[in-house]
Design a protein around this ligand. Structure first.
Ligand SMILES: [Zn+2]
Length: 314
């Protein structure tokens, strides 16, 4: 009878081997990370774009289609994780490199959704890989409920591209943030289509939103990173601007300023050596030329105001 504990141990070990096999057999699809219960990031790090999807009681919500290849991979990954239908697919903003691929999800019955400013741009700037969203939303805030999951849509005003939306899952305290913040990296090259001052104002608004971590569309480490990168981003811009004004004070020639500025505090960030001078150029030009790109906050109807004027004169 003395061997009994050993038999128990043997079967116990065998059982745990079977269990661990089951765990590995049900492991997540390629490029998929479960960042919280029922919340996943999806993206091939070599391609540099990350999306998010959340499995709710009422089906799946997807954030950022990127392009057809990315969306096809993500669709396959979602279908391995759950058999629930994909209901809603959100675009963060207008740019082709983020908003393409929507048809992949429209074809399986999902509604694709963008802020109306992004929608109008997408209608007027076609791209073969980009489909027109099924729906658009207006205003600065919208909450969408899918069963017990609330999805907050925040339009924070002019910052980058058009109709830029920050998404928050308040119960999970998780956000999805495209382009506005890229953890572990300096700003993107010439900081294209960013209007710097409202961009900084938006970053400060993002700080006040209720979340702890975000899936960021681009990242040089894990796509799921701390909220503190939002603060680091606007401090980085502020430090660049201070350095520019210090050089103005010293009388450094305008054209030399981008090459002489060094910010050792940030030299651990990816692309520091390659892109810092481009970041400086862009922020310096914004200070010299005035804010750009800029669009009027309301449609200016010249004909209507002209008529009003005429009538007034009558
Ligand atoms: Zn963009």
């Amino acid at each position: 009878m003395q061997y009994k504990p050993y038999i128990k141990l043997f079967f116990g070990t065998l059982f745990s081997i079977i269990l661990s096999f089951q765990v590995s057999a049900s492991s997540l699809p390629e490029y998929t990370t479960e960042v919280a219960e029922n919340v996943y990031s999806y993206g091939n790090p070599n391609m540099g774009y990350f999306s998010m999807f959340v499995v709710t009681e009422k089906g799946v919500a997807v954030f950022e289609t990127v392009n057809t290849q990315h969306s096809q991979g993500m669709l396959a990954a979602i279908q391995k994780v759950t058999n629930k239908p994909i209901r809603k697919v959100f675009h963060s903003h207008n740019h082709w490199d983020h908003s393409s691929g929507g048809k992949v999800f429209q074809d399986v019955g999902a509604k694709t959704i963008a802020h109306h400013q992004a929608y109008e741009w997408m209608v007027n700037n076609p791209n073969p890989d980009m489909s027109i969203p099924s729906k658009f939303w207006k205003g600065t805030r919208k909450d969408i409920k899918m069963g017990d999951t609330t999805i907050e849509l925040h339009y924070l005003g002019m910052n980058h591209g058009l109709g830029m939306t920050v998404f928050v899952l308040p119960k999970k305290r998780i956000a999805y943030i495209a382009d506005l913040v890229t953890p572990n990296r300096v700003l993107f090259t010439i900081v294209p289509d960013f209007n710097i001052k409202p961009f900084v104002a938006s970053l400060k608004k993002i700080e006040s939103l209720d979340f702890d971590k975000a899936v960021y569309s681009h990242s040089h480490a894990s796509p799921f990173e701390a909220k503190s990168w939002v603060t680091t981003t606007h401090e980085f811009i502020s430090d660049i601007r201070s350095a520019i004004f210090a050089e103005f004070g010293k009388g450094t020639p305008f054209g030399q300023i981008p090459t002489v500025i060094d910010l050792p505090k940030y030299n651990g960030l990816a692309m520091y050596n390659e892109w810092l001078h481009m970041n400086v150029w862009r922020i310096m030009l914004d200070d010299v030329m005035g804010p750009f790109p800029w669009t009027p906050p309301h449609k200016f109807n010249a004909r209507k105001s002209h008529h009003k004027h005429e009538r007034h004169n009558d």
